[in-house]
Design a protein around this ligand. Structure first.
Ligand SMILES: N[C@@H](CCC(=O)N[C@@H](CS)C(=O)NCC(=O)O)C(=O)O
Length: 214
């Protein structure tokens, strides 16, 4: 199995966590999205036509979209299940995962930030304001959901789920971009708890083979 990944990509980070939790061995295939490797050649044609990372390849099967990948991994390697089977638990996990994946991440994605830079020609300060605004909007919702429905030490109880696979990379990115997350103590408690877990540790950007320091 091969994971096509970029060290700083939070969506790739989700899958690195999922694979580590499930102890599925894989080869790491770096795809440099800063230089546009995801937009050309075999990667675009055969691996991930949606021109993003991550993608997972298993023999002649290739799959993009991190949430679809976790769903496929759950079907193929059920232990531990990251999208729970019980209907209400499953719905809560997906609710929080979609908030991060559909409402926060796309607004702060590389291609959006590049568009702000190159087409709309905003200043670096305006770009940073954009990033922080959408993190604040999204993380406020995450924190309210955790307060209403969550239970520690993970987002939803004693076992990590897809929600934690989404939340931890989102927080790591926000911290890297200089966001102040003091207003989200429940989210930060999950993040701190994850930092002492071997699977979450192994998945962190600084430990990936394509890591370069800023
Ligand atoms: N919904 C997709 C989003 C994938 C995505 O946008 N990944 C980012 C990296 S975190 C990317 O490839 N960006 C390239 C670009 O913006 O051009 C998923 O969950 O896999």
């Amino acid at each position: 199995m091969q994971l096509h990944s970029f060290f700083n990509s939070s969506t790739s980070y989700r899958i690195r966590i999922a694979l580590a939790l499930k102890r599925v061995p894989f080869d790491y295939v770096p795809v440099n999205i800063r230089t546009g490797e995801h937009r050309k050649g075999t990667y675009l044609d055969a691996v991930n036509p949606s021109a993003t990372v991550p993608a997972l390849t298993d023999c002649d099967f290739s799959l993009g979209q991190s949430l679809a990948i976790v769903d496929w991994l759950d079907a193929r390697y059920p232990e531990p299940q990251l999208i729970p089977a019980e209907s209400e638990h499953r719905a809560r996990v997906l609710e929080l995962s979609y908030l991060i994946s559909c409402d926060i991440h796309p607004l702060n994605n590389l291609r959006v930030l590049k568009y702000l830079d190159t087409v709309l020609k905003v200043t670096p300060e305006q770009k940073s304001e954009w990033y922080k605004y959408w993190v604040t909007e999204g993380m406020s919702g995450v924190e309210r959901l955790l307060s209403k429905y969550g239970s520690r030490p993970w987002c939803f109880g004693e076992q990590p789920t897809l929600a934690d696979c989404c939340l931890v990379p989102q927080i790591a990115n926000a911290l890297r971009m200089g966001c102040n997350l003091d207003a989200y103590p429940l989210s930060m408690a999950v993040y701190r708890h994850a930092s002492s877990h071997p699977a979450f540790d192994a998945a962190q950007p600084a430990l990936q083979p394509d890591f370069v320091s800023p």
